[in-house]
Design a protein. Structure first.
Length: 418
C-alpha cells in the first residue's frame, strides 16, 4: 500500500505554536503516515542569521510532530522567494516518496495559488513588459509583479477571482505558496499542494497576545530586556520551552563586525560587490559610497534602502556578500537541479522506516555524516555542500565569540535522533 508523506518547508526561526498547529493540520488534511520538514540552515531567507542553530531548531521540530528534518541547500535558503521555493520543492521531490506539500497561507485553499502559479510560471512577453514598466515607474519588485499579474489576469478566463489572486502577492506566506506551486508545475511534480489557513496575529504583528503570535513578535520578545522578559514563552509549545535556554540566541547585528571586515577586504582587493547574488550595479555603487561608515548590519540596510530596494532584499544582498554567495555559484546550483543531495539533520527513531523508503526511491544521495559527503558528492553538489558547512561554521564562530565558549562544529555535531 502506498504511504502518504507530507512535506513542509519551514524556517522555524524559532519554532512556535503556529508551527505546531500547521503540522497537526497537515497531518489531518493529508492523512499522512509521515511528516518531513525541510528547513533553512543557520541563515534564513529574510537575510539574517538564525536565532538558534539548525540543530536546536531540528530538535524543536522533531519534538513537536515532524518525523524527519532535512536542510535546504544554503545558497537557496537565503535567496529570493522564487529560488527558496525552487530549492525546497526540488529537495522534497527528489526524495521520491513525498505525496503532499503543505504550506501556511492567509487564504486557506490552494485553487487560486495554482492559477497564479500558472500565469507567473509562463513569464509571457506581455507579463515581462508590464513587470519592466512597473519597475521603471519606481515600484518595488513585489509591487511591480502584482501590477504585471493584474494586467495579465485581464486577458485570462476566471477574472472573477482576480482580486483574490492578486492578494496572494501581498503577504509573504501567500507569496511563498505561489512560488511552491510554480516550482511544482515547472518540475512536473506529482506532489499535491495543500494549504493550511494561518491563525493568530498578522505576519508582521509584534503583539504577543493571543494563542499564535508571529515569529517577528516572538523574536522581538526573545531579545527584549536582554532576555529577562520570558513572556514570549506563552507562544511556544510547552514541551520544547526548555530548549530556548540551551543556546544564546543570535540576531542580525551580531553579523556587523564580520560584514564590515568583509566589505573592507573586498574593496581592498578590488573585487566588485556586484558579483554577489542580487547585488545590482546601482546597489554596489551605493554601498561603496558608505563603505567606511562602519555601521551595524541593520543600519547598513537603512543606509541603502530605497523605494525599489526593500529592507529584506538589501538584507539578503549583504548576507550574500558576507557568505560569498555569487551569481555564478547560484547559476551552477540551478543547473545541478537545485538540490543534488539531501542532508539529514535529524529524525524520530520510531519512524526509521521512512528513511528506508527514501533510500529505495531517492534520486539524490542522502548525507547523514559530514565526513562522508566528500566521497558521496562531486562537482557542483560538493561545492554546494561545502558552502553549507562554511555558512554554519561562520555562525558557530559568531556564537563562540559571543559566549566565550566553544561549540561543536559540522564535523563533531551528530544529527538529532529523538
Amino acid at each position: 500500500m502506498k504511504m502518504n508523506v507530507t512535506g513542509i518547508v519551514a524556517e522555524y526561526n524559532p519554532f512556535h505554536n503556529g508551527h505546531a498547529y500547521q503540522i497537526r493540520e497537515a497531518r489531518k488534511l493529508t492523512d499522512c503516515d509521515y511528516c518531513v520538514a525541510v528547513i533553512s540552515g543557520d541563515f534564513v531567507q529574510r537575510g539574517e542569521v538564525s536565532v538558534f542553530s539548525k540543530y536546536l531548531r531540528t530538535k524543536m521540530a522533531l519534538l513537536s510532530g515532524a518525523d524527519l528534518v532535512l536542510e535546504i541547500p544554503s545558497i537557496f535558503a537565503v535567496s529570493s522567494a522564487e529560488d527558496f521555493a525552487a530549492g525546497s520543492v526540488a529537495l522534497l521531490d527528489n526524495l521520491g516518496v513525498v505525496t503532499h506539500l503543505c504550506f501556511g497561507s492567509e487564504l486557506g485553499q490552494s485553487k487560486n495559488f495554482m492559477k497564479a502559479a500558472k500565469i507567473l510560471g509562463k513569464e509571457s512577453a506581455a507579463f515581462s513588459g508590464k513587470l519592466k514598466e512597473g519597475l521603471q515607474n519606481g515600484l518595488s519588485w513585489p509591487q511591480a509583479r502584482a501590477f504585471a499579474l493584474n494586467a495579465e489576469l485581464s486577458y485570462h478566463e476566471g477574472t472573477k477571482d482576480s482580486k483574490e489572486i492578486i492578494s496572494l502577492l501581498e503577504t509573504p506566506n501567500n507569496l511563498l505558496g505561489v512560488e511552491y506551486c510554480k516550482a511544482l508545475l515547472r518540475r512536473g511534480s506529482s506532489i499535491t499542494p495543500v494549504t493550511v489557513r494561518r491563525k493568530g496575529n498578522g505576519y508582521h504583528s509584534e503583539d504577543l497576545d493571543g494563542e499564535m503570535a508571529s515569529a517577528s513578535a516572538i523574536r522581538k520578545g526573545i531579545f527584549a530586556k536582554a532576555g529577562a522578559d520570558t513572556s514570549f514563552l506563552s507562544q511556544i509549545p510547552e514541551e520544547i520551552q526548555y530548549l530556548f535556554r540551551e543556546e544564546l540566541p543570535l540576531q542580525a547585528n551580531d553579523l556587523s563586525d564580520l560584514l564590515n571586515y568583509r566589505l573592507l577586504t573586498l574593496n581592498r582587493d578590488h573585487i566588485p560587490f556586484s558579483i554577489f547574488l542580487d547585488v545590482s550595479k546601482d546597489l554596489s555603487d551605493r554601498l561603496e559610497h558608505v563603505l567606511y561608515d562602519q555601521e551595524s548590519f541593520e543600519k547598513r540596510i537603512f543606509q541603502l534602502k530605497t523605494r525599489q530596494y526593500t529592507y529584506t532584499r538589501i538584507s539578503r544582498c549583504l548576507l550574500h556578500i558576507l557568505l560569498g554567495i555569487t551569481d555564478e555559484m547560484v547559476s551552477a546550483g540551478k543547473k545541478a537541479g537545485y538540490a543534488p543531495y539531501a542532508r539529514i539533520l535529524g529524525f524520530r527513531k520510531n519512524k526509521a522506516a521512512l528513511l528506508g523508503e527514501i533510500k529505495k526511491h531517492t534520486r539524490i544521495p542522502l548525507v547523514t555524516k559530514t565526513a562522508d559527503a566528500s566521497r558521496m558528492l562531486s562537482d557542483t553538489a560538493k561545492l554546494m555542500f561545502e558552502q553549507d558547512l562554511y555558512a554554519s561554521h561562520v555562525r558557530q564562530s559568531i556564537l563562540t565569540s559571543k559566549t566565550g565558549q566553544p561549540v561543536r562544529n559540522e564535523y563533531t555535531q551528530p544529527i538529532c535522533i529523538i
